[in-house]
Design a protein around this ligand. Sequence first.
Ligand code: CU
Length: 782
Amino acid sequence: MIYLSNKASPARVREAENARKNRHEILKALSLGQITRRDLYKWGIFTVTGALALKNGLSPFARSAFAAIPTGTPRSPLFNAAKFSQRMPRLALQRPIPLIQSGVGLDAVANFTGNFANELPAKRLSYHTDFTNAGGNTVDNRGRPNNPFRNPVTNRGPIEGRPPGEVFAHQRWNEFFPKVGYILSIGQIAANTRFHPNFPAQNPNSVWTYGTVPSTAADRTTRGTLPPMLIQGRYGEPILTRIYQNLPVNRADNQSGFGLNETQLHFHNAHNGAESDGAANTHHFPGTFYDYRWSTTLARRDKINVNATDRRASGPDGNGGLVNVAGDFREIQGTMWAHDHRFFFTAEDVYKGNFMMISYYSGPDRGNEVLNDGVNLRLPSGRFKDFGNIDFDVNLIISDAATDQAGQYFFDIFTTDGFLGALMFVNMAYAPFFEVLPRKYRFRILNASMSRFIQLALADINGQNPKPVSFQFIANDGNLTVNPIPLIQLDHQGTAERYDIVVDFSKFRIGDRIQMVNLLQMRDDGRGPTTTLTLAQALAGDPNDPTIGPIMEFRVVGSVPSVDSPGTILSSTSPDPSVVPAVLTEQIPVVAPVRTRLVEWGRAGGGDSRNPVTGQCTPDCPEFAVFPWTVKVNGQAAHSFNANRISLVVPKPGEIEHWTLVNGGAGWDHPIHLHFEEGVTLNRGSNPIPATENLVRKDVWRLRAGGQVTFQVQFGEYGGSYVQHCHNTVHEDFALLQRIQFLTGVTGSPQTMVTPTPNPSPDGVTFTTPEILPEGDPRTTA
Ligand SMILES: [Cu+2]
């Protein structure tokens, strides 16, 4: 392998850049229907496994095209941007819109207020139901579309993307009636957005992100913004999030070569009904909106603490007190995120910027470090607001990225193994610095890369030799550990894993600098991690991978402006009232399971995502896509993902199960994500398990090369169609997913039965009856 460094000859850079452009031309021709996948086979450009043939001028892996990292394009130019020369952006904190209820019972609606008074109210049934009841794509006597519930941009199909009818009505609507709302857009990036002041502004279609709609969205012009958003929820205050889809109507208008103008927003891993999970094959189209009800339901509310008498199961009331909620306080969630989940396009869309972070606040994890009520843990955060202070509680979204030679964001979609970028972003900014006071901070670290695993440590670079900085690990995937765990470096962190740590900067002096360092080398094909470097090795850098080494810098200063109380200056001389208690929560006991399940993740089949007769896949997939990845349930046949096939059925709520996930490949790692519920991590087979995982609740488990993991899990409160999948989103998009059906015990709920598969189209949603694998259905195998 020949590596292309920044010093490579201009001729080589030109050749590799031409390869990128040629692939881009192929994509464009495919998307415009000028050529077909069959043509590509005929011309010898594609192999049967879907890989691009090793042709010069086309493939980055051909002998004379060079770049290994980033994948599929020459090394991303830096435009003379030095590391740590820009301030780290804080996430864009969103303000909730109060909602007012009118009507009663199942017909009650939630009205937006203030600038949004003209907004259609949120309701239990989708507006698609109204569109359908009014006749669908109807026209007046002069042939003009006249259904009042139609998509106002395209004039065809419903105004709301949520499927019609009772099955996709918001479950337990009155019980979790929304009290606050957010109205957001997903759209092209706003003008002049840059990853660093030296970098060129991104083209409107290079980056698609969420934007804050300023008032009733009649004009539908709200574009996306950076940095990514932060939404703060609290237990006891259900949220209604309306997403306006403002992306280009025509697929071909997206000239960037990646990303699809269809989206469903998955709130990873909140305890929501399937209609609001954003992964039930419910993507929606430009011109429509989708109402997600984020219920803030505390898990086990039908089973444990059903009368809401335990003060630890609670949310902040905004006024120093608590609102008790039913459920198990040991299942309180904190650090989460939300991202696009359009099947077969998730990698492209999430990479493109379709994500945000969400923190849930509770009585114990309140985001207030002074309030002392016997429940609040008083973790580092701040003190000006009742809850959700972020002066000392900081989200760090780590993601790798690549650009073409012009500095435009780039992704090579012709990879089925993985994609690695050459630039490391924090909160979508290249190599920033962040000023801290000499005191304790909490950092909520999310790996939002497409395929890259990271492993982070902190380096004290103030002396002759860099020294590791110790810290405390307090939460894994948003779940508090029973006790804080002292560490000097984190474990591997796969895509979507969240690690919360507390760093005490009080041992440093004003002017000191501490760097966050990535220690973990990856296979350059993106299949998984290889070597953990020492701190000294990583700080020295890796000529083949510029994301190894320091990725951001903390600078200890004497004062910083408050973000919780704008205008207030916070000083290093103020005492630090925050604490990290020795006990953060209680252990969920491990019990004998009602049943066990075995799920193997591998590359074992021909890929049956496409209908063998029609060649179509559910949902619509790219014409060039083939599906190498497969999942086997309980040792039976291997299947690649099809949204109309259910691989696992959970027959009733409350039954405790033990699941073992096995990696079918030795050269790979896969971070496997289970939607909707977390599991208590039990073991890694005969291999050792680190303290940060042992008996710890998680929602994403790395399998390790040739490895396995077992966890305990149970399901409850909601039902419907969910998924489990690899969160290397390149693998996910090439079908490393399976659909799961959760059945509820709620009397009269349509979720007591298997969910029909919604098939979204610009004209509305139709339903098909899913097939069910018998090996995954305890109702038939029992
Ligand atoms: Cu994977």
